[in-house]
Design a protein around this ligand. Structure first.
Ligand code: 2M8
Length: 414
């Protein structure tokens, strides 16, 4: 695909499916074989969404193989290792086998990632041609999804109804400037180190305390309420309610109540003139606008005036209005903005896709169409890269990156 832009939609779709086939191991899809040769939680959710219309069985298998790595606490780990090598930090750092709650026989990381999985299951259900197959898949996944919901409740470190991330890797937006201040004020983030030293030390702290929610609540130095993580959680609560009543025959009410609680908490805790991450340890909102601040737009019940304020910020010269290849992952006027550094400036297919969904949810059809068209332009011109320069569209990071290919498939089907 790289350097050979597909000219029409059909060719682009075929190229996207070819990437997913090449990255498929027979069990799950690697985000990118050279750099990420295992299974990542958020990536698998995006892959399943992309495959939903094309291959119900494989979309289902993708999610079920991830859920097989679920811990007894209900935590869905951010990485499921299918072999020992090829990525640092690997199984020998995480030592999941020694953690009392980890699943036997599967090596995983000890952190989680944005809980998009119930929503991905819902999308597979919605789009499957074979209704029987899809219903069987939903019933298989359901108990794990319920357990995941219960686990997220244990992450309410701040006691206000939001889940806190305990490591930047849990956000899916690793190097976002939203974590600079919480890292700087915590022991784990002593100055003078590079990001990855800090991240490693923080992961070791989690491990050495058994990845226990009680430790996270009472002692762990990094606890942040992230608007994207919680916006995704809310989206999945809505999906749980739909799956409960349409497929499983369970009571949707607890999930609707959870969604309502998260909605209120997002507005009470993270909204000022925009949504910001809150450092639970200091109680401060982290004063930098990033792409994560648009996460609550995924909520269909977000009040209209908040949707309008977010839309005008998104369309302003701080985000979409300033760059030829939106949406930059950080406010371009922020001192932390860096057009070339992961999650500190580049545009990502994943966040563009989430925003296009959010816009469609609120009936912002023009905005949604612009996001879809500009995202397809990125991959047509640059290939299925991991991320892109927001000004000139140059691709960065991995080539043939699975979630870029998968979400392209979904966008082509809109
Ligand atoms: C990036 O995160 C990993 C750590 O989990 C890394 O930087 O090594 C992020 O972009 C994350 O969102 C993604 O899930 C992962 C694999 O694509 O890569």
């Amino acid at each position: 695909m790289e350097g050979r832009p597909a000219v029409d939609d059909a060719a682009l779709g075929r190229a996207a499916l070819a990437v997913l086939d090449a990255n498929w191991t027979g069990v799950s899809t690697m985000p990118a074989p050279g750099v990420y040769p295992h299974q990542w939680s958020l990536d698998s959710a995006f892959v399943a969404i992309g495959l939903a219309r094309h291959d119900t069985a494989r979309a289902g298998q993708e999610l079920l193989s991830l859920l097989a790595g679920q811990w007894r606490t209900g935590m869905v780990p951010h990485i499921v290792f299918h072999h020992a090598g090829g990525y640092f930090p690997g199984p020998s750092m995480w030592r999941s086998a020694e953690a009392p709650d980890a699943p036997g026989g599967t090596q995983t990381s000890g952190l989680t990632q944005p809980p998009l999985h119930a929503y991905a299951v819902w999308r597979v259900w919605q789009q499957a041609a074979d209704r029987e197959l899809a219903a069987r898949f939903v019933r298989l996944a359901w108990p794990s999804l319920v357990a995941q919901q219960a686990y997220l409740e244990t992450r309410d470190v701040g006691g206000a109804g939001l889940a806190a991330i305990v490591h930047p890797w849990e956000s899916g937006m690793d190097d976002s400037p939203a974590w600079d201040e919480p890292l700087a004020t915590s022991e784990a983030g002593r100055c003078g180190d590079g990001y990855h030293d800090r991240y490693f030390r923080l992961a070791v702290l989690c491990r050495d305390h058994g990845y226990a929610s009680s430790y996270y609540r009472d002692e762990h130095p990094f606890a942040v309420e992230d608007p994207l993580f919680n916006g995704v959680w809310l989206l999945s609560c809505d999906a749980m309610a739909r799956l409960a009543s349409e497929v499983v025959g369970a009571d949707p009410e607890p999930f609707l109540e959870a969604a309502a609680r998260i909605r209120v908490a997002l507005l009470d805790r993270l909204w000022d003139d925009a949504f910001y991450a809150r450092d639970v340890r200091t109680g401060r909102l982290v004063p930098v606008c990033t792409i994560g601040g648009f996460g609550p737009m995924l909520d269909p019940g977000l009040p209209r005036h908040v949707v309008e304020a977010l839309t005008s910020l998104l369309e302003s010269t701080r985000f979409m209005g300033a760059t030829g290849y939106p949406v930059p992952s950080c406010d371009i006027r922020a001192p932390e903005f860096d057009r070339g550094q992961y999650w500190r400036g580049p545009s990502w297919i994943s966040t563009n896709w989430l925003l296009s969904r959010a816009a469609a949810t609120h009936g912002l059809d023009r905005l949604s169409e612009i996001l879809v068209a500009s995202t397809l332009r990125l991959v047509r011109q640059g290939g299925f890269r991991e991320c892109f320069d927001p000004f000139d569209g140059t691709g960065h990071g991995c080539r043939d990156f699975s979630w870029s290919a998968a979400l392209t498939l979904d966008l082509l089907g809109r």
